[in-house]
Design a protein around this ligand. Sequence first.
Ligand SMILES: [Fe+2]
Length: 388
Amino acid sequence: MRSTCLLFFFCLPLFLFSQDIQITNGPYIQRIGETEATIIWTTNNDAITWLELAPAGDDSFYATERPRYYDISHGNRVIGKLHHITLKGLSPGTTYRYRIFSKEVVGYAGHRILFGTIASSEVYSRNPLSFTTLDRNKKAFSFRVVNDIHGKSDNLRAMLNDVKKENTDLVIFNGDMISTLNDEKEIFTGFMDTAVELFAKEIPLFYTRGNHETRGRANSKLYDYFPGSNGKFYYAFRHGPVFFLVLDSGEDKPDSDIEYSELSQFDNYRDEQKEWIETVITTSEFRSAPFRIVIMHIPPAGSTWHGTQDIARKFLPLLNKANIDLMLSGHTHNYKYIDKGEDQNIHFPVLINDDETYLDITVDSRIEVQQKDMLGKTLHTHIINGKK
Ligand SMILES: [Fe+2]
C-alpha cells in the first residue's frame, strides 16, 4: 500500500505536466529492398514503439491480430523520440499494409517504467498505410529525382505533388535538400514533412547526401534519419532492370578550407568509397543487371574545384570500365547533359539536373528521362537504349 502511494505521489506531477503523446513527423519508408524495409517516425515525447504488419487485402485491419515488430537495439526495446522499425523476411514485389504505435514513457519509479497513452496511425476511418518491396524481376518501372531543394519546400511540393503509387515506384533526393543542418528538426521543416505528406509514407525514398548536408551542428545526425542499406551514405540497390549505385561525393572544396573548420576528411572518405566501388562493380549482381545507374550529387565534370577533381581522379577510372548507362547529378543548379563521348574523361552520359526542375525516368527495355519544370512541362527528353 505504501509503495502504491509513493508511486502515485511521484507520478502525478509527470502526468499533470506531460503533453499527450503525438506522432510528430513521418512515418516514412527507408532502406527498402526486396526482403526488408525500415519505417521511421518521430514523437513529441519519449516512447516505445511497435508496428503491425498485414498482407495486402480488402479485409479490415481489425480482422485479426497482426504480427508486431519492435524498435530494438542490443536486445532492448528503444525508448526515444526517433523511431526505426526494421522489417525483415519480406517477399519481393509484395505489398504490405502497416500501422504504427508509440506508447509514451512518462517516467521511471525505481526499476519500473511509467507509461502514458498510445498514439497510432489511423486504420478505422482511413485505409491503412502500405508499401511495396522492390523486385528485380519487374519488367518496367518509373522513378522521380529532385535535387538542390535547399529547404524550399514549396518547390518540392510543386515537383512532387502528382507522385502516386500508380505512377512512381520510388523517389530519389539527390543531395542538398537543406543548406545547413543545425537542428534535426530542420530535416522535417525543410523538406521531409512535405515529402511525407505527398508520398513518403507509402513510396520508398532513397537519399543521396549532398555537400551542404555535411555542414552544421546536427550534420552527424543525418544518417539516423536516412540510413543506407550497408550502414553508409553510399550504398547500392536493385529494382526492375536497374542496379543503382548511390555515391556520396562529399565536400566540394579542399578539406583544409576554413569553411569546414578542420572537420572535413573527405579525401580519405572518397578513398574508402573507391575501394567499395571496386568491390561492387565486380559482383555478378552488378554485372548481370540490364542497366546500371549512378546517383551522385556533385558531377565529375564542369568545375575545377577540388571535390570535382578528386571524384574524377578516384571514381571515374572505375566507373568508366563498369558499363555505366547513366549518371544523375545536381549541385550546379544548372541543367546540362553530357552525352557519352562528349567528354573524353567520362565514358557514359551524365545528366546534371537543375534545382528547379525534376526528372521523370521510366525504365523498360530502355531508359527514358524527361526533365520537367515546376509546372510539369517537359523541357528535355533523353533516351538511352539497352545494350545487346
Ligand atoms: Fe551541392
